[in-house]
Design a protein around this ligand. Structure first.
Ligand SMILES: Nc1ncnc2c1ncn2[C@@H]1O[C@H](COP(=O)(O)OP(=O)(O)OP(=O)(O)O)[C@@H](O)[C@H]1O
Ligand SMILES: [Mg+2]
Length: 440
């Protein structure tokens, strides 16, 4: 198997390495492994030190161009650093993975250049490759790459195929001509299995930024040796951390940015400010779409006619100054704090916006109740489909950043019992597992 996948290099007598790449909605990671060794995660250099986690963001500065005038994007830690240095100027993109399954997003105009989604993600993956190679050396052209069970926005099998084709094209653009896809929770199972000295029927839950993915499979030394069918089934829902953030926008921010405010229409009627504007605020990857000349024009017009003067100043400032990134950082900060403490403070101020609010974990949990329900349903569907009762599952391994949300954990504790829960390597288990899968 190993020879087949890495045939040429192995024949040439070089120590072949298997490469796993987790391109995540929020964070990406790269891992390599040699036969008989443990996987090694690429460590990316930042000004503050090294990290195995590469933020999946892309940054464009209109002045930053190559000799031929082409825009020179930055990604990951460098993108964050340049964005901060610029004082918030330039264009920042994140959660790009969430567009892969959408037929509505084909390309976007970045400072006069039309760039397709594949090109944008290709830029990000190229920078990920350069960063990883600075630590690990040449990665070659082959890799096993993670994929969610369901892509965000994918409504049909055809959309899923579209998402995979675009992802493949983006990897090709980054020099990975031969890739194989593996479900992200299946990859996480390879990581989990590393420390196991006995066989288990395990449920893996990988709850990230864009998707929550589940997989039921048999793992352990004997199952591996005998090569028995390991994966019993997979299921997933296209919501996770980004959707939780959206609930904070809806419940905490939108009311303070004019949701429910009224304006005088040209026919003299008093109408509420359209709520679709606030729905766009709820997802980072839709936020940037508010910055079109038409929407800005509309916002300025609404502001002038607002019944309560100043009600839309904050919203307009946010969109006009493209403050999505700092805003979502503030939301993430309060969410992370609530994973630690039952009470936290949300704080965001810029121009006319000044919000400082306490937020209780119980309120946040109520806001995300619908998402928690969808996650629970996905797990129930998986068990039902596999004909396995909760009592038959030996262990549940939870990974991905959003598995750190206490309410998510409680959901699994309730169904499977605390003693059967395992967790760890939240941001890196998928990459390590993908490398192990590549070795196989
Ligand atoms: N301590 C924490 N508490 C709550 N949420 C957290 C915590 N740490 C990280 N997160 C959230 O986890 C998400 C990122 O997790 P992760 O890196 O696993 O996702 P990803 O792999 O990029 O996304 P996906 O797998 O969906 O493509 C973000 O939404 C982040 O806000
Ligand atoms: Mg992930």
């Amino acid at each position: 198997m190993f020879l087949r996948f890495f045939g040429r290099e192995a024949h040439e007598g070089r120590m072949a390495r298997a490469v796993g790449i987790d391109f995540g909605t929020t964070n990406s990671a790269v891992s390599v492994v040699r036969d008989g060794e443990r996987p090694a995660l690429a460590r990316f250099r930042t000004r503050k030190g090294e990290t195995p986690v590469f933020r999946s963001i892309l940054y464009f500065d209109p002045e930053r161009r190559e000799g031929n005038g082409r825009l020179l994007p930055a990604a990951g830690p460098e993108a964050m650093e340049l964005y901060r240095e610029s004082g918030g100027a330039g264009r920042l993109m994140q959660s790009l993975k969430s567009f892969l399954g959408s037929r509505l997003f084909l390309s976007t105009n970045v400072y006069g250049t039309n760039l397709s989604l594949e090109t944008l993600i290709g830029y990000l993956l190229s920078a990920l490759r350069v960063g990883a190679e600075a630590d690990l050396g040449d990665l070659g052209t082959r890799a096993v790459v993670g994929r969610p069970v369901r892509f965000v926005h994918a409504r049909s099998d055809e959309d899923e195929r579209l998402a995979l084709a675009r992802l493949r094209a983006a990897f090709r653009a980054a020099g990975f001509a031969q890739i194989e896809f593996e479900y992200e929770p299946v990859a996480a199972a390879y990581h989990y299995e590393l420390g196991l000295d006995h066989d288990e029927l395990v449920l893996i839950g990988d709850l990230g930024g864009g998707t929550s993915d589940f997989c039921l499979l048999r793992v352990g030394p004997r199952v591996r040796r005998e090569g028995r069918t390991r994966v019993l089934g997979t299921d997933g829902v296209a919501l996770a951390g980004d959707a939780f953030d959206g609930r904070v926008v809806r419940n905490l921010l939108a009311p303070r940015l004019g949701l429910g405010a009224e304006f005088r229409s040209i026919f003299g009627r008093v109408l509420p400010v359209p709520s679709w504007i606030y729905r766009h605020l709820e997802r980072w990857h839709h936020f940037s779409q508010l910055r079109t000349p038409e929407t800005l024009h509309l916002l300025h017009a609404l502001r002038k006619e607002c019944v309560e003067p100043g009600a839309l100043d904050g919203l307009l400032h946010l969109v006009d100054h493209d403050l999505g990134f700092p805003l979502y950082r503030a939301i993430e900060a309060v969410k992370l704090a609530l994973s630690q403490d039952p009470l936290a403070r949300f704080a965001f101020s810029d121009g006319p916006i000044e919000i400082e609010e306490p937020l209780a974990r119980v309120d946040f949990e109520q806001w995300i109740a619908q998402e928690l329900g969808a996650i629970e349903d996905s797990v129930a569907r998986l068990l039902g489909h596999c004909g396995v009762g909760a009592g038959e599952v030996d262990c549940v391994f939870l990974t991905g950043g959003s598995s750190l949300v206490p309410a998510v954990r409680h959901l699994f504790e309730r169904r499977f019992g605390k003693e059967r829960l395992r967790a760890g390597a939240e941001l890196t288990s998928v990459a390590s597992g993908l490398a192990l899968r590549a070795l196989e």
